[in-house]
Design a protein around this ligand. Sequence first.
Ligand code: GMT
Length: 376
Amino acid sequence: MKKFKIGIVCYPSVGGSGIVATNLGIELARLGHEIHFISYETPFRLVKKLPRVYFHKVEINKYDLFKYPDYTLPLAVKIEEVQRKYKMDIVHVHYAVPHATAALLARRIMRQNGTPLPKIVTTLHGTDITLLGRDKNLSEVIKYSIERSHGVTAVSKSLKNETVKLLKTKKPIEVIYNFYTPPPITKTPDVVRRALNIKPDDFVAIHLSNLRPVKRIPDLLKIAARVKNPKFKLLILGGDFSAFKTLAKKLKLDKKLIVKSNVQDIGNYINASDVGVYTSDTESFGMAMLESMSYGKTVLATRAGGVPEVVENGKTGFLFKVGDVNGFSKKLEWLIKNKNVTEKMGAEAKTAACKKFCSGIVVPRYAKYYESVLKK
Ligand code: GMT
């Protein structure tokens, strides 16, 4: 396969899209492609220097003149600058706004400067459509950025359908699922549990997210409150939990709730848990669910967006209506008593994650997609 020079524009912070974009860049570099990450910070999973991987920082200056600092313009300028120096074949942007918009603007500048033009591939991740696509102040620019990209991918069929329905786009959208390669475990479940004061025979449900409103954390806490089995523990790894402390106290969760933020080695914690629990009201794919499955954990989740494309109800997990706290808690009570089923389904989940959502399957699909876009 031909080796490409690929620019990857992504959010560097904790979040599914940033994780996917970073891992994609790393895997493509491993296959011999040259990768240029462009963002306002080093992507947080890009922890070490790797051959053929470069990072270009977008500097944002503050001017009293502007009430709101703008990111789109300095990003466009940086993309053009990187292009002038490295002559990329493809600029692959993750999130339509502002990334695709900035890349399209950069391309106009390149044309004017006589810089060789790259093709723009945009990957839609979810909230760029499900949330921002509904904002009448943004929807037209999102639609424009999709239509003008040379290639567009979405992380699930559900997101593709939602994009077409909401924005009435005509652009063909290729569905390429997210992928995840679980980093090796470095701490045994015993060690992790002891540090969290969890007994070896406790039943741990883990939840990983940024705790944004779409994740419906109050539902998660209500589910935990309804599970009466004394062995049950809810472990939340996420962002700022302070907004939920009052509810957790009201629901008397102190003995069964453990919250940790800024965890880097999430694999050790997932591995030390029994199941994953996710209550989102919208989820284009569900990276956290895939992460749980990859470590062999049965997933209980809402039937939201692309989740049914990741979790197979009754085989690799259980799906519930959004808000069905009763359904979740009853199933958890049942799984605590039927640990053999929990483990068997967890093993199925791991197999499914490896088969459908591993880098070996997904990364070559992106490389092939680039090839087809470049041929057009
Ligand atoms: O879910 C989040 O809060 C983070 C968000 C992001 O910006 O990374 O995730 C979106 O993209 C992920 C990667 O493709 C998907 O796995 C998530 O389902 C999607 N989130 C939503 O649709 C709410």
